[in-house]
Design a protein around this ligand. Structure first.
Ligand SMILES: *Cc1c(COP(=O)(O)O)cnc(C)c1O
Length: 428
């Protein structure tokens, strides 16, 4: 029943929406968060795809680090409730369930774009015959810049070395068959398939298992940028056999502005000191870290890619946010998410039957999307966005006329979804 929408039972009424909230077992989670205010009431915050909201847990976790620092100074690295030298590992326990990985395949460090570069240093090793990188067309700009600069760094030209898969003429979404066929078509020319998990603009959740399989069939490395996927949709990196992945934590995972990034490196690379990598002392064999030896010996697994000692004041909010995921259970969050976004879709479709023009770009099938719906408001442009802001809805606008609406299961409600669509109804 996981991907079943409740279309038959959804109702367009405030009472129905309130009843769903009353029945929602995850409803108490909302009170752990601080919701921005608009004219003395909670704003409708649909921007968790851009920056998740702060929870009181996060605040407490930061205070705990401050207290340990005040009490112990440098000794906090080895003493206190949560010693800093091993603090980063506390996050892996939670992350295993969110991205489907083993603890040793995970490390939280740096920020996303930095990690994409570090990962390409190890996993993009072009030769004269096999040098192309295949990516989704219309990827997030940072990914485009990172990939272009890596290709140039190796002496290739982006126009030649980067294959961008585009939607067919007149379509907004990528077809899985087109992705798979393009991989097969370029075959042994492809060194790396580096795809997004969920496209930031359309909200399309790609078939990552199929892409991994197709990439491996032609002998390419396969990596994913899970910025819009992690904490939003079910991910099974280890079982899918993905080579590497990275994500940021400030979107669906509520770790705070500029929050840290997670990295997955499949265990088949856990003991590969021969792989090129940009090394630093924190990736060095931890038993010998303080011997200050010359030769770099990487730690087992993803930890061997660490450069610096971990920024504990940034790890603490991420850890605290992950505890909320643990409390809720990812499957429960996903189930609510499907229902909540399904409700938004149901109400928009109803509105469209009354001659409104809110085309949904995002795939219809819940298995092919996360919580975000991208809506093209054809006749309204930026005015509509300004109207929504003025009425206390916080969401995201993209040129020329797309609003991205992300009701997150962690803190959004059915009532908010209903009120939002009601605002659209009143806008003519
Ligand atoms: C949000 C996002 C980024 C941002 O990267 P940072 O390095 O964290 O600033 C990069 N790629 C994608 C796909 C994103 O959605």
């Amino acid at each position: 029943m996981l991907f079943q929408n409740d279309v038959t039972t959804y109702e367009n009424s405030l009472e129905y929406a309130k009843l769903q909230d009353a029945k929602d077992l995850l409803r108490p989670l909302r009170s752990a968060f601080t919701i921005p205010q608009h004219e003395d009431r909670d704003a409708i915050y649909f921007c968790g795809n851009s920056l998740g909201l702060p929870s009181q847990n996060v605040e407490k976790a930061v205070e705990q680090v401050m207290a340990q620092w005040k009490a112990l100074g440098v000794e906090g690295h080895f003493e206190g409730e949560r010693p800093w030298t091993t603090y980063h590992r506390l996050l892996n326990t939670h992350l295993t369930k969110i991205v489907g990985a083993k603890e040793t395949e995970l490390v939280v460090m740096n920020t996303l774009t930095v990690n994409l570069h570090l990962l390409m240093v190890s996993f993009y090793q072009p030769t004269q015959k096999r040098y192309k990188i295949l990516m989704e067309g219309g990827a997030f700009p940072s990914d485009q810049y990172a990939i272009q600069s890596q290709v140039k760094f190796h002496g290739f030209h982006p126009d030649d070395a980067i294959i961008e898969i585009m939607p067919r003429a007149g379509e907004e979404l990528l077809r899985n068959e087109d992705i798979i066929n393009t991989i097969a078509q370029y075959g042994e020319q492809i060194a790396l398939v580096l795809f997004g998990g969920v496209n930031y603009y359309t909200g399309q959740f790609f078939d990552l298992a199929a892409i991994t399989k197709a990439g491996h069939q032609v002998g390419a490395i396969v990596g994913f940028d899970l910025a819009h996927a992690a904490g939003n949709v079910p991910i099974h990196l280890h079982d899918w056999g993905v080579d590497f992945a990275s994500w940021c934590s400030y979107k669906y995972m509520n770790s705070g502005p500029g929050g840290l990034s997670g990295v997955f490196i499949h265990e088949r690379y856990a003991e590969r000191p021969d792989l090129p990598r940009f090394a630093g002392w924190w990736g060095h064999d931890e038993e010998r870290r303080f011997l200050m030896e010359k030769e770099f010996v990487p730690m087992y697994g993803a930890e061997g890619w660490q450069l610096s000692n971990a920024p504990i004041l940034a790890l603490a909010p991420y850890k605290a946010s992950l505890e909320l995921f643990e409390q809720a259970g990812f499957e429960q969050l996903r189930n609510k998410s499907i229902k909540l976004t399904g409700y938004l879709e149901f109400l928009l479709n109803k509105l469209n039957k009354e001659n409104y023009n809110y085309d949904i770009l995002t795939p219809k099938h819940p298995a092919e999307r996360g919580c975000q719906l991208s809506i093209s408001a054809r006749n309204s442009g930026k005015e509509l966005f300004n109207y929504l802001i003025a009425n206390g809805v916080i969401l995201d606008w993209r040129e020329p006329n797309v609003i991205r609406v992300a009701p997150t299961p962690m803190y959004n409600t059915f009532e908010e979804v209903w009120r939002f669509v009601e605002l659209l109804r009143l806008y003519r």
